[in-house]
Design a protein around this ligand. Structure first.
Ligand code: HSE
Length: 434
């Protein structure tokens, strides 16, 4: 059988890794796919020194690849929502299958892309868009297909995890570690996507749709970053037996779906609390299987290429299958997607860590406790530290039981209105993940 011709759009870190893996493992790959896979053309503005492209034709116009009649599979590794969107839509219109690592594109435009692909009878595969080399899409969409998925919680941004790990292990400041993450090339082109949780929200949006069979709804994800965390919070969390991780959490509740990315205290003895540096990990809880955990490199040239090439192999296998009998893009058949609502942040339910900086006066603690009890917020534990000499303030750290976020918002407003309390106070959500 003749090899399948593929075209690569973008020869950056992931594009270069994909080319190299396809060349190096060509024999193993063709044994798996049943056919050879040949890179027929590459679109790149710059050559990648990590990649010997030999006599593979190279163009600087991505649409040369998209409109190349020989090419059956377009591998989109450009990133962003603009040119990448046009590339993917044109490839679909041309009847080509698409493999992409582009989380932003899928999270924001995925519904439209999948609809167009289904009409054309082509596949859009996107394993590499979430957690780099971890085959989490495959696990959720196929391996766990028997389950009702109850929740998914993951460390799905390596840069953020690197920052939190360095703050905890070495007491380094946020800004200092971020500068290093940028220098090491972990961060997105715009690092606010990493530290403000936007990158993680893109990935979580995709996971939630596949877990619960709902359309992609990135605009409804609640996103909170890690830039306001201090080393003091990291230390206090440790004192209570917790670690702070930047988690993406998607949970099915009786009222709808929680879709949220925020710093989270989790018990230090959970496996996921011990995932450090740039590594990613995702817990999935299903009604039949219970809790499962997937761990690995969430970024980087070859880990991401591992997922891209696995998708290419899947697409090659699917070339001869009936389009109606392929694994659906979002795990559930398009006509069976549910309209389960994504809940607003005020409706989520969780426990809280509060750090209140208060003036050292009699009765402050009583006022704080009254505000919480009036809103039926149950205190689990409380820690009052010694007065900070320079500011003359006393840190009060409180852990609460689970409560609806709206009640906590009211309580925080009342606490911040107290004369003795410095505003804003620090609130971090707490999850047991059990
Ligand atoms: N900036 C991302 C991260 C790259 O740090 O995880 C992988 O999506």
């Amino acid at each position: 059988m003749k090899p399948v011709k593929v075209g690569i759009c973008g020869l950056g870190t992931v594009g270069g890794g994909t080319f190299n893996v396809l060349q190096r493992n060509a024999v193993e790959i063709s044994r798996r796919a049943g056919r050879g896979i040949e890179v027929a053309q590459i679109a790149a503005r710059h050559l990648n020194p990590a990649c010997d492209t030999g006599d593979t034709p190279i163009t600087d116009d991505v649409f040369d690849v998209v409109n190349n009649p020989e090419i059956e599979v377009v591998i989109e590794l450009i990133g962003g929502y603009t040119v990448a969107f046009d590339v993917v839509m044109q490839a679909i219109a041309n009847g080509k299958h698409v493999v992409t690592a582009n989380k932003a594109l899928i999270a924001v435009h995925g519904n439209e892309i999948f609809e167009a692909a289904s009409k054309q009878g082509v596949v859009v595969a996107f394993e590499a868009s979430v957690a780099g080399g971890i085959p989490i899409i495959k696990a959720l969409r196929e391996g766990l297909a028997a389950n009702q998925i109850d929740w998914v919680a993951g460390i799905i941004n390596g840069t953020g995890n690197f920052i939190l790990t360095e703050m905890r292990d070495k007491g380094r400041t946020f800004d200092d570690v971020l500068a290093e993450a940028q220098m090491l090339g972990y961060a997105e082109a715009d690092p606010t996507f990493d530290v403000e949780g936007i990158d993680a929200a893109h990935k979580l949006t995709i996971l939630a749709s596949i877990a619960f069979g709902i359309p992609l709804q990135f605009d409804k994800a609640y996103t909170e970053g890690i830039s306001k965390l201090t080393t003091a919070d990291v230390r206090y969390a440790e004192a209570f037996g917790y670690r702070i991780k930047h988690l993406g959490i998607a949970r099915r509740t009786a009222d709808g779906v929680e879709l949220r990315v925020h710093p989270t205290l989790i018990p230090a003895d959970r496996l996921i609390a011990n995932v450090n540096g740039v590594m990613n990990a995702i817990m999935v809880n299903g009604d039949a299987v219970g809790s499962t955990l997937y761990y690995g490199a969430g970024a980087g040239a070859e880990p991401t290429a591992s997922s891209v090439v696995a998708d290419v192999i899947d697409v090659v296998r699917a070339l001869t299958t009936d389009p109606n009998n392929r694994v659906p893009h979002l795990a559930f058949r398009a006509e069976s997607l549910s309209d389960l609502a994504v809940l607003p942040a005020s409706a989520i339910e969780t426990a809280y860590y509060l750090r209140i900086q208060a003036k050292d006066r009699p009765g402050v603690l009583a006022k704080v406790a009254t505000i919480l009890s009036e809103r039926e917020i149950n205190i689990e534990s409380i820690l009052q530290k010694e007065v900070e000499e320079q500011a003359g303030l006393v840190p009060i750290i409180i852990m609460t039981h689970r409560v609806r976020e709206q009640k906590m918002n009211d309580a925080i407003e009342a606490l911040e209105a107290l004369d003795e309390v410095v505003s804003p106070l620090m609130r971090i959500r707490v999850e047991q993940l059990n």
